[in-house]
Design a protein around this ligand. Structure first.
Ligand code: AMP
Length: 544
């Protein structure tokens, strides 16, 4: 017997309709590429998104076609997303921080038929355009006055593109499982792989992460979406904010401390989200200028592990709650969020901090388990660590074009490639990427844990720990450090600092000082490049 409830497909553009109807005056604020801060509302945004949909349809874009964006977070980018999805086409976010050849590979692999881009990237687009096999027209996200004089086929300014399109254009109807968005994983090895979100997964994911014990976003919030829309859906914020009617603020091209602070202050931001490197810049700026964050209630930090010292600084010095989160492009992206549960919230701060350093617990809709090398499930005791597998309605079941099949098993679990522990309260801790784990004498050492401690040293700006070949132990940890400008610290200073905080056999065998660490296009430390650089490094202990 089937239930007798309505078939109301979970379609992404319904979110914007909802916002336009019930939160019409709620603001959407953008630092534009041209400089000035732009203000609009959900009420004004919805008809413009419908114009985008109409304009695309007139150009022959139809259900299932991929439309690429190469753009910062902005109101025009958000309108473009909703316009594309409103006719059943697929927004495909390209990451401008990738090498041009990788962008070409990805756009061709996805068969993108059009490209919307910010004028910041005009040179890049001109450079790659001759190699983009399927792109028929280019839309610069600007008005006619700012349209670059670029040699691109069928180039048009966004405002002209939508000018005479119908603001009351009717969204198309289709199944909620229709493809909606496409984002390629950074792929440190092999070619990038496409994750294809559906309308249903995007809507469900936004509902999951908006819950009180996840983001806890509400209509009263003003949220600064620093995390780029090209990095895993801006962690759902472009869906979640209109869903709950929160004000949304976009930083455009500027992520430096001063620019982020300005928006936090002038737009009275209550909640924000980004990777740790952005917050390092902000914290440094606050410190140098003796500033406070009176409006900000919480900051969501993920993408790579958030150091303990960063959580402490935000919470103790600025009174801003840190929500440490973990996720992946394949998970829409949020998997766990580190809000405090009922039996932790009243613990002494240091004990609470231990939990805040973990990557968090799963909202409804994310199943997790850890397994050993034989795929046997390991206990949830907070000690055993193994490969983390996940399942849920907003988690990929395959990659575009059937790539990367090995990551998915017959029971529907996706192997995250992360190594983790799960504790009895449900909190998950990432100890490493599987390929970054240091295997010393048959035991595993967590590089992440040592790195997080090392950055707590006052002279350390950034730290990475990699395994280096050792004749007796197979691998031993090498700590690679970038010192803060004007600060000094010796190998012994750093090792003394770590001493007592980690098991003796986890202590790095050596410390190497470098000017900078290599990063991926999504801001993570590129361990593979570091391992290559230190491939023939001889540890002082190697002769023992
Ligand atoms: P991406 O798909 O580019 O977002 O990368 C996902 C990967 O980033 C995960 O599989 C983790 O290895 C890493 N990651 C994300 N968030 C965290 C976190 N809070 N702590 C440690 N690693 C993280």
């Amino acid at each position: 017997m089937l239930g007798l409830m309505q078939d109301w497909p979970l379609l992404v553009h319904k979110i914007l309709d909802h916002a336009a109807l019930y939160h019409a005056n709620r603001e959407v604020v953008t630092r534009t590429v041209e400089g000035p801060i732009h203000h609009t509302t959900y009420g004004e945004m919805a008809p413009r998104a419908r114009r985008v949909a109409h304009a695309l349809e007139r150009r022959g874009i139809k259900l299932g076609d991929r439309v690429a964006t190469l753009a910062w977070n902005s109101y025009r980018h958000m309108e473009t997303w909703y316009g594309i999805t409103g006719i059943g086409a697929v927004y495909h976010t390209l990451n401008p921080r990738l090498f041009p050849d990788q962008i070409v590979y990805i756009a061709n692999h996805a068969n993108d038929r059009a490209l919307f881009f910010d004028t910041t990237f005009t040179d890049l687009v001109v450079q790659i355009a001759p190699k983009l096999k399927n792109v028929e027209f280019y839309v610069a996200l600007c008005d006619r006055e700012h349209l670059p004089k670029a040699d691109l086929p069928n180039l048009i300014a966004y405002e002209d593109f939508i000018a005479d399109a119908d603001p009351a254009f009717a969204w198309k109807d289709f199944d909620e499982n229709t493809a909606c968005g496409l984002c390629y994983t950074s792929g440190t090895t092999g070619n990038p792989k496409g994750v294809l979100y559906s309308h249903r997964s995007n809507v469900l994911h936004a509902m999951m992460v908006a819950q009180a014990d996840a983001h806890g976003l509400s209509n009263k919030d003003s949220v600064l979406a620093v995390v780029p829309m090209f990095h895993a859906n801006a962690w759902a914020l472009a869906f979640e904010a209109p869903m709950v009617g929160a004000k949304i603020v976009f930083p455009g091209p500027k992520f430096d401390g001063a620019s982020i602070y300005e928006l936090l202050d002038t737009e009275k931001v209550t909640m924000t989200a980004a990777v740790p490197t952005v917050w390092l810049m902000l914290l440094q700026y606050l410190e140098e200028n003796n500033l406070k964050l009176p409006n900000l209630n919480s900051v969501l930090i993920g993408g790579s592990a958030c150091p303990r010292s960063m959580i402490e600084t935000f919470e103790k010095k600025y009174g801003v709650e840190v929500i440490h989160a973990w996720g992946m492009t394949e998970m829409s992206p949020l998997g766990t969020l580190g809000t405090m549960k009922h039996d932790i919230v009243d613990l002494p701060y240091e004990q609470k901090l231990d939990y805040k350093c973990k990557q968090g617990h799963a909202p409804f809709g994310v199943e997790m388990k850890i397994v050993d090398a034989e795929d046997r499930e390991l206990p949830r005791d907070g000690k055993a660590f193994g490969r983390l597998k996940v399942r849920g309605p907003a988690i990929a079941k395959g990659y575009m074009g059937g790539d990367g099949k090995d990551a998915f098993d017959s029971e529907g679990w996706f192997d995250t490639g992360d190594v983790a522990t799960l504790d009895p309260r449900g909190y998950m801790t990432i100890t490493d990427r599987a390929k970054d784990v240091i295997k010393s004498g048959g035991e595993w050492i967590s590089s992440i844990e040592i790195e997080n401690l090392a950055v707590g040293h006052p002279a350390v700006a950034e730290a990475a720990v990699i395994g280096v070949v050792h004749p007796k132990w197979d691998e031993r940890p090498l700590l690679v450090v970038v010192l803060k400008e004007g600060k000094t610290a010796s190998k012994d200073d750093l090792l003394n600092y770590l001493s007592g905080k980690i098991a003796k056999w986890w202590m790095p065998d050596d410390v190497a000082f470098v000017d900078e660490l290599p990063h991926t296009a999504t801001g993570k430390i590129q361990k593979s490049a570091l391992r290559e650089k230190f491939g023939s490094y001889r540890l002082p202990t190697a002769a023992e």
